[in-house]
Design a binder for this molecule. Structure first.
Ligand code: AMP
Length: 403
């Protein structure tokens, strides 16, 4: 069985075709800069090396058409007939409180997704365009939606509510949703395999540290709390996002500076100009920050320390909420690759039974591994995330159970 995973952004379509028996990807790529003169198509298969071409693509439908035609290419394609694709899995950033699990696409589901546009104006309209494009190109193939928010729907109300007047929860659905759910879900399952125990017997903290970052407390396979909130802005310090700040800073800026009279300007400030980038005034990229820190750039060092400190605070808080943990997982670009960040986060947490083996932590590998000492009560794991595979597995499961 083959499953096609699609991730549509406002100007991009990413895809991965999986062979589900082996759970290996057979073809993958992306169309980027849709609607712009610099649009390009980059793709690769297990037997054909990466190729990148400029393309003229004005919308998502054309992008999906290009991808399907390429998958069917007589010489370099990975399928002979579109019917080899059993199901298409779409990554959806925000399911609001309407969707607590993955669903098969129906007209009603599409309407529900549209109702979530107001709380995810940057992502959900693009996902919707992608769903329509896939339906047009593959009218006979079922589609499944897999939501970044769904895994977090088990949070108790006292964790997901904000202490603002209750009417805004009722009217506007303002509450914590949490994001990166597919990644937290995937790595928590892998952690259970690594620890040799069922997920239902484990307490875990998973740290997804990438350009966007979130920390999640998981007990018996269920999310108890997560650091991102109503939007992916809340929580730890990120590449260009500020994470937690005193909300009164916004009203202060709004009252003082004419340019911040609009929500848009404040959103740009908090989402694009803050975080590592805003503090260092150098870069949002952790590699650049680490290099500059080594060269004694004080602001880069401050940005690095702030990010690590904010993650440490969440880990410590979630440790308390869970009354101890069995495992701490690092994943995503920074979590998987940056030994100095992991080391700084885990330093002086031995009171919590978190003891890192600094030597193991410093050895590079792209594989799942333990980096805690033999005696560490909490097992520290690095687990490369695989959101695409998780989406493919979820889509297969939904398809199989709906038949
Ligand atoms: P992601 O959003 O998961 O793709 O992660 C992007 C982040 O991972 C960026 O801040 C990168 O600088 C960081 N990253 C990727 N590789 C490394 C590395 N080898 N060392 C440190 N940071 C890295």
């Amino acid at each position: 069985m083959k499953v096609l995973v699609v991730n549509c952004g406002s100007s991009s379509v990413k895809y991965t075709l999986f062979e589900m028996e082996s759970e290996k990807k057979v073809a993958w790529g992306l169309v980027e800069c849709i609607g712009l003169p610099e649009a390009y198509y980059k793709r690769q298969t297990i037997s054909v090396d990466e190729k990148k071409d400029s393309v003229e693509i004005t919308n998502h439908t054309e992008a999906v058409e290009l991808i399907i035609k390429d998958l069917l290419d007589k010489e370099t394609g990975s399928i002979v007939n579109v019917n080899e694709i059993a199901v298409v899995g779409h990554r959806i950033v925000h399911g609001g409180d309407k969707f607590s699990k993955s669903v098969l696409v129906t007209e009603k589901v599409k309407e529900g997704l549209k109702e979530c546009f107001t709380i995810a104006p940057l992502h959900n309209p693009a996902h919707y365009a992608g769903i329509l494009a896939v339906e047009k190109m593959l009218p006979k193939i079922p589609s499944v939606l897999v939501f970044d928010t769904a895994f977090h729907q088990t949070m108790p109300d006292y964790a997901y509510m904000y202490a603002i007047p209750y009417e805004y929860y009722k009217k506007d659905h303002i509450r914590r949703y949490g994001f990166h759910g597919t990644s937290h879900n995937y790595v928590s399952r892998r952690a259970a395999v690594m620890l040799g125990k069922p997920l239902s017997d484990l307490k875990l903290i998973t740290a997804h540290l990438g350009n966007g970052s979130s920390i999640t407390a998981i007990e018996n396979g269920k999310v108890i709390d997560t650091s991102m909130g109503f939007t992916p802005l809340q929580g730890v310090v990120m590449g260009t996002r500020c994470g937690d700040i005193d909300p009164a800073i916004l009203t202060y800026l709004l009252d003082k500076y004419p340019q911040y009279k609009s929500g848009d300007a404040l959103n740009v400030l908090m989402n694009k100009k803050s975080g590592l980038y805003g503090i260092s005034e150098l870069s949002a990229d952790m590699r650049t920050i680490l290099k500059a820190t080594a060269e004694d750039n004080k602001r880069a060092k401050l940005a690095f320390e702030m990010l690590c400190y904010s993650v440490k605070k969440y880990i410590s808080a979630y440790y308390g909420i869970l009354n101890g943990i069995d495992g701490l997982v690092f994943t995503a670009g920074i979590g998987e690759n940056s030994a100095p960040v992991r080391k700084e986060i885990c330093a002086n947490l031995n009171a919590l039974g978190i003891e890192m083996d600094v030597k193991k932590n410093g050895e590079y590998s792209s594989k799942e591994r333990f980096v805690s000492t033999e005696n560490s009560k909490v097992k520290i794991m690095i687990i490369p995330t695989n959101e695409e595979l998780m989406i493919a597995k979820e889509s297969k499961k939904v398809l199989t159970t709906s038949n």
